[in-house]
Structure formats: C-alpha cells, structure tokens
Design a protein around this ligand. Structure first.
Ligand code: SIN
Length: 289
C-alpha cells in the first residue's frame, strides 16, 4: 500500500479492495503527476471510484486513452455518442440487466482487457450497486495443496456460450431490446493460467470467472465443474469484496486482472444508463510455482 499520495484523498472501501478517490476533476484536466498517483491508487486497490465527475463522452474517451488503447466491445450496443463507448443500460420496463453474474470482462480474449472505466449517466434512486471482489484476496488464503495444483493448471475461457446465439434462446427479445447482439462475432476461445502473475504488481491472482471460464486445459467440462464451482464461490466470499453505491457522475476504473465484478439487478421500474470504455491489456503470464 502506498501512502505517499500528494494530490489525492484515498479512502479504502474495504480491507480487500476498492478506494474512493477525492481531489480529482477530470473535466478540469489532470496533470501527469496526478495521473501517476491515480495509476498508483489503481494498482494499490484494484478498483478506484471518483464522485461528481461532469464529463462529456469526448472527455470520457480522452481520459480513457491515458490508461491505454481502447478495446471496443463486440457485443454491447454502442452509444450514439461514439462507437467506442459501450452502453450498459436497463430501461424501466426491462427485467434483465447486463453483468448480473460475477465476471471478469473479456477474459475470452487471448490478450484480455486491462480494465474498464464505467461512468454513471443515469442511476436509480436506490439499487443498481456494483460489487467487486479481489482476486489477490481470493488467492492468498487457499491451502498450499490447492495452490500447488492450481499453479499447474490453465483454463479455457470462451465468449461462445455467453454472447453467441445459444445465449439468448430463453431471452425475451423485447426485454433484451437490442442491448446485446452481434452473436456471429462470439467466436473467441482463450487459454489462460489459473493463477496469473499480475502484470503491474507481480502478485499472484486467481484468474477464473463464472461467466466465461468453461474447463481446465486437458480436463473435460464435467471433470472441471466441481473445482470451478468451488473456485467461483470461494473467489467471491464477502470478505474479499467491496460494494459501490453509484450516484450520477460517479466513475469507476477497475483492473480485470485483479478483480471480478457483479452488477446488482434490484431496481426494476427505474432506468440505469452507464457508459463503459474498456482498455486493452497484455497477455497473461502464469504465477511462479
Ligand atoms: C459490467 O459488467 O461491466 C457492468 C457493471 C455495472 O453495470 O455496474
């Protein structure tokens, strides 16, 4: 943990991860020194949150580009403002939300996204919080025996079952409302270490998630399921999480390699519109045995 922030107020949200950051105004401009502090806070806490940001889509994009190149989502409807901004939307009449299971964005890509920058444009009066879980916190307390086994494993992640045609067989098209689509593009399969060496911190993080991870390499899906189910449940134990309550103008920046997240769907009858920009990452290396 770094306690040498000069321009930021950093308030941790839980012991495991997450911090609210004060002293930042994206619209007014962020100098290189302050941006370096933001990067440090991101590395220290896995996910950071800013409040009361009044930004245009162009300012959101410009801020995102300071973190890396933009990774355009293939499956979410794009904002009318710019095709590089994905909409995470639920209308008052819709029942399903986007991201309602614990997941790590884009782990189906062989070079998975570094993270996302989510900006709240419209939020319900109450509800629609997002939960985050630390994959360092999930890794550390595993037994030596479990760690030794996981360090030797890689797992397959896929977009096919999550965003392909089959994903929507039980979905009411009216409820979906065109928020997700492009099913023909859901062709990604990726193989990643189950225990990764985090590219920024060098720490070991657990890297499997319930939305996209299907099986261990060399194992059948049936053989993999009990251990994957154990890891999915373990990874999201309450003590490894934090919960963020959005207000209009809140902004979150999360690290997909160090965290998972889940969008709560508890606000039927109200609108929630978020703008998400995802940032390119790097190929993931296995943690050292
Ligand atoms: C997502 O999974 O990227 C969306 C998270 C949210 O809407 O809170």
């Amino acid at each position: 943990m770094n306690d040498t922030y000069r321009t930021l107020e950093v308030r941790p949200l839980s012991r495991a991860l997450g911090a609210e950051i004060g002293g930042v105004d994206i619209a007014a401009g962020i100098g290189d020194g302050q941006f370096a502090e933001l990067q440090q806070a991101f590395a220290d806490h896995g996910v950071i949150f800013l409040r009361d940001q009044d930004i245009t889509p162009a300012q959101h994009l410009a801020f995102a580009e300071r973190w890396g190149s933009i990774n355009v989502n293939r499956f979410f409807r794009a904002s009318d403002a710019d095709p590089r901004i994905a909409e995470v939307l639920k209308e008052p009449h819709q029942r399903a939300n986007i991201g309602s299971q614990w997941h790590t964005d884009h782990s189906y890509d062989q070079i998975p996204a570094m993270g996302s920058i989510l900006y709240a444009r419209e939020v319900p009066r109450v509800g629609g919080d997002t939960l985050f879980a630390s994959m360092y916190a999930a890794w550390d307390p595993l037994s030596d025996g479990m760690k030794a086994m996981l360090l030797g494993l890689r797992a397959w992640h896929s977009s096919r079952h999550a965003f392909g045609e089959a994903a929507y067989v039980d979905t009411d098209p009216e409820d979906l409302g065109g928020r997700l689509g492009n099913t023909a593009a859901a062709t990604q399969d990726a193989l990643h270490p189950v225990a990764i060496r985090h590219p920024l911190s060098g720490r070991t993080a657990l890297y499997v998630n319930g939305d996209f991870t299907l099986r261990f390499d060399g194992w059948s899906e049936e053989e993999s399921r009990p251990l994957l189910d154990y890891l999915f449940a373990h990874a999201t134990r309450p003590e490894f999480t934090c919960r963020f309550r959005w207000r209009q103008g809140s902004l979150a920046i999360w690290d997909n390699r160090a965290t998972q997240h889940l969008a709560l769907n508890d606000y039927h009858g109200e609108r929630r519109l978020m703008h998400r920009i995802t940032i390119d990452g790097v190929a993931l290396d296995a943690a050292a045995a």
